[in-house]
Structure formats: C-alpha cells, structure tokens
Design a protein around this ligand. Structure first.
Ligand SMILES: C[S@+](CC[C@H](N)C(=O)[O-])C[C@H]1O[C@@H](n2cnc3c(N)ncnc32)[C@H](O)[C@@H]1O
Length: 341
C-alpha cells in the first residue's frame, strides 16, 4: 500500500429544502447563478469541469466528483482532500436568498484510505458531526449519527442525518425511491489501465472521457441514460448519467496501490430486475477485490436484490448491517470480497 496518494473515497452530502411558498417553488435551487454555485464549490475547494441538465435537474462533473441540483434537493459528492461540509454555510445562505430553507440533511462516507491527509472538518467522524451540528439550524431536530460496521475495521459506513418534523412525516410518501452507493477498491489492474489517457495525444478531457465510456462499456450500464463524462490527465475518470428524474454517477481513481471506483444510482425500487443487471455490469467493468454497497430506502427490501446480484458475479458476501435513520429510512450496508481476501 502506498504511503500517500489520491483519496478516492468520497464524502456525500444531500440537503433537502422547502419553500416559503410551497406552491410556487418553480425551478427552486436551479435558479442559483453559476457564480453562486462556484462560490459554494470554492468553499469545498473544487471546480466544475463539465455540466448537463434536463427538465428535472442539473448535473455537474467536478474536479473532485459530482454535484446534482434539483429544485428542492442538492447532492454534492467530493473526494480527495476537499472540505465538503464547508459548502453548508454558503449553500444555506444562497438558498435562503431565493426563499428556500433546509429541512433535511444526510451525510455519508466510507473509510478514507489516507485518513491523516484529510483537512478540517474531515479529520474524524466526530469532528464532522460537530461541524454538521453547528452548521444546521435547530429546526432540524431529528438528528442521528452512526458508524455502521462490517466484518473488517477498515470498512465501515459513516452516516449522519437530520430533519425537521415535517420532513420526518414526508419520507413515508416516498417509499419507492432509493439511493445506492457502491465503493470498490483493489480494481483489476488490466481494467484499471483503461482509465489512463493515451500519453501525448493532446485530446481534451471530454473526448478522452467519451472514449473511456465506450471502451469500458460504462455506456451499457444504463443504456437509456444521457452521459456527461470527463477524463483527467494522466489518469482518472468521472461521469454523470441523466435518466429522466434519476441520476447515476461513476468516479475512478485507477492508480495502483490505492485504486478505487464508485458507482451511485438514484432510482425506483420497482425496477429490481434492472438493478440486478446494473450491479452485475458494474462488477464486470471494475472486477474489484473489495466492494461495499449501501442502500438507502424507506424499507430494506432492496438489500436482498443487491446480495443476490453480487453473489452471482462470484464475489462473496461478508457482512450486512442495517440501521434506521429518521426521515431517511433504512440504510443497509453490505460488504463483499473475492475468495482470495
Ligand atoms: C476526480 S477523479 C475521480 C474521483 C473519485 N472519487 C474516485 O476516486 O473514484 C480522481 C482521479 O483523477 C486523477 N486526477 C488527475 N488530475 C486531477 C485533478 N486535477 N483533480 C482531481 N483528480 C485528478 C486522480 O489522480 C485520480 O486518479
């Protein structure tokens, strides 16, 4: 294991808002100017490298992962040594200026490969929780922080959630929406090489990103999705998939010694056959030695589909932890490894 390298494991923040005038939200957060978005990202220390949108939301590829902006929801996912939680104060302030107030927060992450390289407030989960508690208004009175373990101390899932009373009631009406966060380490070396640019060809990150999408089969994971992709120099890859109201996103750190890839999907639980097929395709593209899947949903029915699909790829199910979070629902954290691990 390298002593230090690029931290692939992302921090993910999801904030939900409500309007002063709920019947008149319109495009809500999507009306934030590009300057306001950049100011929020400055606090995190990352920038926009590519963007696309549809009638439902805007999707940005960042220098360190992704940002999704819906009228009343924002999801920021950043890796490396970014200071994700520092986005909260400017974000709440800009949202307030357009008549929106926060009503729900969910922060999740895995275990950093290089924890000592993380800056404040990401130096420890305790520090992160303290920062979250101080940054969120008192109206978010249902709060919970938990570290969900696996069979290995090196793999656990950190979760913080907070919500208002109203948001707490609302989650039950959204019972068929889920998010799935997949983290993969020790990628197959031959497959990881596909995320290196061909040296000295001088082509842009957009064009070589597209080439990687096609060469690896990433475009076949969700064939109906519109893809915004980008490759970094000399290596590294990010993409956002836009499919109606749903997004998917993939980020790859292919360097040997600390290789990492993530896949995330927001979708409807009714499409469980599709989810089986998607997960198998993801495993086939990266062939990781270790994989964790965290599903967030009003119920925990999804977890069985996840387990069955991944076991069919030859990976072995090692652990499953379930926890309930107010206004979020059930989070199921499962880990898998190859036989040799
Ligand atoms: C931003 S991407 C994907 C991040 C994602 N969280 C992951 O690790 O899967 C990170 C990869 O791009 C490479 N990279 C090259 N230039 C970069 C830059 N300017 N900013 C961020 N990453 C860069 C890193 O070395 C790493 O391999």
């Amino acid at each position: 294991m390298a002593q230090s390298g690029f931290e692939g494991f992302e921090k993910r923040l999801e904030l939900n808002f409500f309007g002063d005038d709920p019947m008149n939200i319109g495009i809500g957060l999507r009306q934030l100017s590009f300057e306001s978005v950049q100011e929020i990202l400055d606090a995190v220390q990352c920038t926009v490298v590519s963007a696309m949108g549809n009638q439902y939301f805007d999707a940005y590829v960042l220098s360190e992962s992704s940002l999704f902006v819906y009228p009343t929801k924002i999801i920021i996912k950043t890796c490396g040594t970014t200071q994700l939680l520092k986005s909260i104060p400017p974000l709440l302030s800009h949202a307030h200026d357009i008549g929106l107030n926060v009503c729900g927060c969910r922060y999740t992450r895995g275990n950093f490969i290089f924890p000592k390289a993380q800056p404040f407030p990401h130096t420890s989960f305790k520090e992160e929780v303290m920062y979250l508690e101080e940054s969120l208004p008192n109206s978010l009175c249902y709060r919970k922080a938990s570290v969900m373990p696996s069979n290995k101390t090196t793999h656990s899932w950190h979760v913080y959630s907070a919500s208002t009373d109203e948001q707490h009631q609302m989650v039950h009406h959204m019972s068929n929406v889920f998010t799935m966060e997949v983290c993969m380490t020790e990628l197959d070396r031959v497959l990881a090489r596909k995320f290196y640019q061909h040296s000295g060809n001088g082509i842009s990150g957009d064009i070589s990103g597209r080439e990687m999408t096609l060469a690896t089969g990433i475009n076949g994971i969700i064939p109906s999705a519109l893809i915004c992709d980008f490759s970094f120099d000399p290596c590294g890859y990010s993409m956002n998939g836009v499919n109606g109201v749903h997004y998917s996103t993939i980020h790859v750190t292919p360097e040997d010694g600390y290789s990492y890839a993530s896949f995330e999907l927001m979708g409807f639980t009714d499409d469980s056959d599709d989810i089986d097929r998607i997960l198998k395709k993801v495993v086939q593209i990266f062939r990781p030695a270790t994989m964790s899947v965290s599903t967030t949903c009003a119920s925990h029915d999804m977890s069985m589909h996840v387990k069955n699909a991944i076991e069919q790829t030859g990976l072995i199910h090692r652990s499953c932890t379930i926890n309930e979070f107010p206004a979020v629902g059930s989070i199921v954290f499962q880990t898998f490894t190859t036989r040799r691990k």
